[in-house]
Design a protein around this ligand. Structure first.
Ligand code: 5GP
Length: 132
């Protein structure tokens, strides 16, 4: 059975997509730890990130770097942090979490409320600044 992220990639379930290329997609996390919390996934469905080929792991990280640059430009955090955990969804993904102030809780459990309209706006703000 396809993962929820494959369903998002294929457009079978909705998501606030940010940017994509042939092999990767970035979209907003439905349960963000901070405004602009973005997930980067390889389109190929592989559970554990360290099972990706060297080539796909490299391209995924380089794609994430470009998305993080877009987040930094669009939302002006101190910096964008990165978490790879993968305990919930068995489809390799990189969390990009903007850090707006020192001491901001930085974990996947620390959720903030972001309404649908703001999620839509955030996806566009970031998307407009990403240069692939
Ligand atoms: P992890 O697998 O690294 O623990 O985290 C999975 C992440 O995927 C969580 O932060 C969760 O909020 C996010 N997530 C789970 N289901 C969906 C979904 O259907 N849409 C989106 N946009 N994010 C999801």
């Amino acid at each position: 059975m396809s993962t929820i992220f494959t369903k998002i990639i294929e457009g079978d379930i909705p998501a606030h997509k940010v940017v994509e290329n042939d092999d990767h997609l970035a979209f907003l996390d439905i349960n963000p730890s901070a405004e602009g919390h973005t997930l980067v996934v390889p389109k190929k469905e592989i559970d554990y990130i360290f099972d990706l080929s060297d080539e796909l792991l490299t391209s995924t990280m380089l794609f994430a770097k470009k998305v993080a640059a877009g987040i930094d430009k669009a939302l002006d955090p101190i910096r964008t942090g990165i978490i790879v955990e993968g305990m919930e969804v068995p489809h390799a993904h990189v969390h990009l979490i903007p850090i707006y102030k020192k001491g901001q809780p930085f974990s996947l459990g620390a959720n903030v409320e972001v309404g649908e309209e703001r999620m839509k706006e955030l996806a566009k703000l970031i998307s407009d600044e990403v240069q692939l």
